[in-house]
Write a protein that binds this ligand. Structure first.
Ligand code: A2P
Length: 259
């Protein structure tokens, strides 16, 4: 079996005791579509230990970025949380996934609906200029238990707004809706699960949009199994049908991997 290639860790950022982001070098030959995932890991007890990770950086970036939970006693994340700049990680330079432009039919509004670390593929898509060529409006939604868990998404949206090239392309067409379920919401944050806010209409009110319609709205979903199921039901009730790489549709789904 050929050895799995390694990449060098460039930086790490710990957001909470359970969440961290890290950047690595990117092999020049590694191509991916924004929103895809790859297999990443470490050598453990002489064997490669790999898990699927969404690539959080956009496809034009020189570096790769990932956002990870630290699973208590998790075989990989209990080790991976200790990586530091200069360390090597394993990365299979092959990406795949369904949270990609190609799996959606053209539309007006792109909804990126996530819970927890499910935001990772969407921070890739929200930083891809092609997203704004295809859609008039992009609405990034993330539900977490606590305020501190929303910081990664807040930082990425700030970064987009401060980036000279991206801010010009994005303008005021990106909305970010952060919601918390187990703490008082802070400024610019809503209270409650994204699914409940969709059902009540609060999410549409907050973003000055209208409830999902098959004509205008396209939805990407990434989160826990329960969150996927509930959001999928909302899509189906709105008359949207699921798409795939081989048959584009009006919504697509992927489980947030690690954890
Ligand atoms: P809640 O606090 O009400 O369970 P988890 O870490 O369990 O995956 O949860 C991450 C976030 O996703 C939490 O805010 C949680 O809300 C929310 N969540 C859990 N299940 C669902 C669901 N079925 N639909 C929407 N959001 C959910």
């Amino acid at each position: 079996m050929a050895a799995i290639p390694t990449e060098t860790v460039l930086s790490t950022h710990h957001y909470t005791p359970d969440l961290f982001a890290f950047k690595t070098t990117r092999p020049s030959s590694f191509r991916f579509r924004s929103g895809e995932f790859a297999m990443l890991g470490l050598m453990a007890d002489g064997k490669p230990l790999l898990r699927a990770y969404s690539i959080a950086s956009p496809n034009w970036a020189d570096e790769l970025e990932f956002y990870s939970i630290k699973v208590p006693n998790g075989p990989l994340t209990s080790r991976l949380q200790h990586i530091k700049p200069g360390d090597e990680i394993l990365l299979k330079p092959k990406a795949t996934g369904t949270l990609v432009h190609d799996a959606l039919l053209p539309g007006r509004n792109l909804w990126l609906v996530s819970s927890g670390t499910g935001i990772a593929p969407f921070t890739s898509i929200a930083r891809d200029p092609e997203t704004y060529e295809r859609f008039e409006r992009v609405i990034l939604v993330q539900t977490c238990r606590q305020m501190a868990e929303l910081q990664y998404g807040i930082d990425i949206v700030d970064q987009i707004r401060r980036d000279e090239m991206l801010s010009e392309i994005v303008g005021d067409r990106l909305a970010h809706v952060a919601t918390v379920t187990r703490e008082e919401p802070g400024p610019n944050t809503l209270e409650g699960r994204c699914t409940d806010l969709i059902r009540s209409g609060e999410l549409f009110e907050a973003t000055k949009t209208t409830p999902w319609s098959p004509e205008y709205d396209r939805v990407m979903i990434c989160g826990s199994t329960a969150m996927l199921n509930d959001t999928r039901t909302l899509c189906e009730e709105a008359g949207l049908e699921e798409g795939s790489n081989s048959q584009p549709g009006r919504y697509v789904v992927e489980k947030a991997f690690v954890g």
